[in-house]
Every structure is written in structure tokens, then in C-alpha cells.
Write a protein that binds this ligand. Sequence first.
Ligand code: DP6
Length: 333
Amino acid sequence: MVGQATDGKATAVACANIAFIKYWGRKDDALRLPLNASISMNLDRATTTTTVAFDPALERDEVVIEGMETAEKAAGRVSEHLDRVRSMAGITTRARVASRNSFPAGAGIASSASAFAALSAAGIAAAGVAMDERGLTVLARLGSGSAARSIPAGFVEWYAGDRSEDSYAEQIAAPDHWDLCDLIALVQTGHKEVASTRGHALVESSPFADARLAAAERALPVVRDALLARDFDVFGEETELEAIRMHAVAMSSRPSVIYWSPATVAIMLAVREARADGVGAYFTIDAGANVHVLCREDDAADLDTRLRAVPGVLDVLVNRPGPGIQWVSGHLI
Ligand code: DP6
């Protein structure tokens, strides 16, 4: 399945994804084994394109994001991930990495999922490592948990697993299965205050961690079945409650993490008001203040107007079910 590498160079495009059942907390930090399985949808308009070019002349990896050399911390995580690729390929060659997002820099939707999915796919192709889709989801997961779900197309489940090779992601429905839209109401443009990596580490300190885990495990098959049956209300209700549970854990962790801003809450209430007016809409929120409003195609225009009218909403980005990882010939370097 891997795109053919030419001269140790390859480029891949990956979508970000939005989780309906969240990955929140890990049972193994080094392997990024999640406490619970999760379900998500790829976002067709939020993509990362990454080129990896191995070059024997380099003494260290070089990472350029949006045309700018990256800070050491981010570059270190990329380098560590390339080490996994190098060890699979049996090489020590350093690489030049260039990456670009389809969404505006600083839009607050920068995604480690699309970044590590694209880096993994470009990395193995550039290094000439043969791998099936399942193996690639495992590799991507080691870079960033949610990246595993950006490899398959459309609607995806990531099985928790107890061993690294069993913690992989798989498609549960193709992108054209359902006309679901994700309207991302942007209220935050900077980097989020508490990275999700840190949020995961705090989960066990919340007195609600076990209750949320049990509820997520109960909700997962309900969300999966509702998604397969295109039962929007069951799907939406479960998805909205799961987001609230995840944030209840974050808020009750020690130290406590509040990702919401006043505008976040205003949007949550506006979504419920829309629902009371008969518009099919439910929200979910990741580790940030932006709100993902889920609806069907027929309600998207109406909701877009309603969301833009909420004070504090800077923009609304409309996403539909996106494809899986793709290798392309247009290299960035
Ligand atoms: C709230 O995948 O960003 O978006 O494995 O530490 O990179 P790391 O965490 P990350 O966590 C995502 C958390 C979430 C929920 C989700 O996408 O399932």
C-alpha cells in the first residue's frame, strides 16, 4: 500500500480527525496505549502535507513547518518518530522534513493527528519500508495517539489493545456512508494552554476517571451502531455527553484543566437552542476551546449562520468525512 519512494524522498497528505468517543488517558505512556477505544471521523478540509527526504549529508534531522525551522521541542518529537522509522528500515540516515497545513496557522486547530499520520506515511515510503495499513496505524499511534485514526478513510475505530501491535485503527464506514458535517466554530487562535499529552497524564488524578472510562466503554458500541444505522439523534446525544465527560475529567484533574472559554459555553448553549428549534445539531470539544458542531448536510447552512452570530466566534470551518492517508508526487522540498 505504500507509495513508491524515489531517491529517499516521499510526501504524504493526512486529514485531522474529530473524535466522537475520546482518547483521554493512557495505560502505557511510552507505547501510547489508550485507556479506552475511540471512534472518529476524518476532516476533509483540515489536512497536513509532509515531505520526508533522507540525506546522508545531514548530521541531524531538520524540521521545517510552514516554512519555518521548528523549535527544538517539536523537532525532537519528530526526530524520535523518525528514529522508529529508521530502526524499521535498518538505517541511520538523517532527514529533512517539511510540513504544511491546509488550515491557517494559529487557527487553533493545529493537529498532532494529521501531523504524525503524514510524517509516518511519508517516513516509511521515503525509507522504503513495506507496511500494511494496520501496521501504519500502529506506527502513527506511537507518535501521537489520535494519529492512528487519521490513516484509514472516513469513520474509524481505534482499538485500545493491551500490546502495541493490537492497538490499531480500522475503518468502520467509508466517507460516503453518511452526510455528516463538522462545523468547527473557532474561538481560539493561539496554541492551547495545556497540551493534550499533559492532559492524558492527569486523568488518573480525577476522582471521576473510572466513572468516565466505564461510561465511554458503554457508549462506544452505541455510537458505532448509531453511526452505522445513520441514527443522528442517538449518535449526537452520546457524542455530546462523551465530550462533557472528558472535560469533566480534565476539570477535576489535579491540577485542574479548563479548556473552555466563555465563547465555548455560549456555542454549547446556542447548539442546544438550535436543537430546541428543531435543527439537528450536537457538539463535541477536544482539548481546546473551539467547538465542533455536528449536523447533517441539510442543516449545515442554517447552523453556519447561527454559529457566526454567537459573540466570540471568529470563523466557522465546514468539514465533511475525509479520505485516508494519501501519497502524492508533489514534494515540498
Ligand atoms: C482530546 O492524540 O493529541 O483530541 O497521544 O499525547 O499526542 P498524544 O495525544 P493526542 O490526544 C487527543 C485527545 C483528544 C481526543 C481524541 O482525539 O480522541
